[in-house]
Design a protein around this ligand. Sequence first.
Ligand SMILES: Nc1ncnc2c1ncn2[C@@H]1O[C@H](COP(=O)(O)OP(=O)(O)OP(=O)(O)O)[C@@H](O)[C@H]1O
Length: 406
Amino acid sequence: MYYRKPDTREPNSSKVGDYQVLEEIGRGSFGFVRKVIHIPTNKVLVRKEIQYGHMNSKERQQLISECAILSQLKHENIVEFYEWDSDKDVLYFYMEYCSNGDLSQMISNFKKERKYIPEKLVWRIMAQILSALYRCHYGTDLVPLESIYDRAKSPVKGSNVVIHRDLKPGNIFLSTEKVPDPSTASQTLDYNTASVKLGDFGLAKSLGSSVEFATTYVGTPYYMSPEVLMDQPYSPLSDIWSLGCVVYEMCTLHPPFQAKTYTDLQRRIRAGKFERIPEYYSQELQLVIESCINPDLQTRASAYSLLQNIQLRIARKSLQLERFEDTLLDYEKELMNVGDILERQAAEYETEMAVIRSQYRKEFDLTVEQRVREILHGKKVSGMPDIMQGKNHLNRPDYHWRVKGR
Ligand SMILES: Nc1ncnc2c1ncn2[C@@H]1O[C@H](COP(=O)(O)OP(=O)(O)OP(=O)(O)O)[C@@H](O)[C@H]1O
């Protein structure tokens, strides 16, 4: 890894100099987001800037511990956090740059084209968000599926529980490793192969255990769970409510609860009643959404229970197979590279051998010529030249004497 490991100390040493600042890509509630280049590795990253001059030391400490949480969250479906730094009153967070937009852009693209998002794609995206949430809520990675009939083992209630607290389409990024084919007219992202990255854990809070709850909430009202709206402590299940709202929005292209006033929105969310998703989608998907957007915390689905759903298992298995195929393709490319290298080396070897052979040939001819002259001049022949005594000679001449008539 090229990057310094993030640490949990109060930031004091400056790393700002390692970065070249490029354009601003957005502005969130905490400050600017800019594209930067990490000069030593030439890699494009994102820098989130948070003004912290006005914060007291307790608040700063809280922010620093957030950095520690972010640095531990290494998962293929979570935006990678590289390091943090400070400069006077500004905290800088350096993270992975997701260049292919987010789910809110994808939803508006489908809305513009007046098309439904295919159901298979909805399950695929949901499976990836759930893999990331599983990692956050249970502090451990999901075990890969052997077959779609595998049931995930019941997770142990662990430490390092992280609640996202601000799950919304704008915080779910899309990324692709595949470079679009310049020969094709369409340069748009193929959503069917894109992978999902959960970002903006700036508001996440690590809890000592899953039964402890955080009591402060900053979030986006459309996706906010009723318990949070009612100022009650919240748990990982609040993320599941928000996930239900996100999946609902992928199907209907609008959030499940909308209102002109905050009070009305609050009333609707607390009632938890929403229209069915379009008939285009299966009843199974509708039921999964209902199990998430459920005001009753006792019966609301968890990341673990959702992952038992057969459609989500199928989506996970097909994602695993895609990754396997990618790995095989990478191996194939590597083998082809090795083949090219070997061929080049063989050609170089042949050229070198040809040069050496011709040098020997000259040397041999000269030596023979010299001995012949010596004999002609009546000199005593001291012995065989080195080259004829088997020293330094080529392994085998590439010609054979054929003696006629024997
Ligand atoms: N890792 C990233 N890669 C690419 N773009 C990003 C990344 N993180 C944030 N952005 C973009 O930067 C902009 C601001 O993001 P930020 O998360 O600060 O605020 P927000 O999510 O828009 O709002 P809020 O702060 O209220 O959650 C958004 O347009 C977002 O898409």
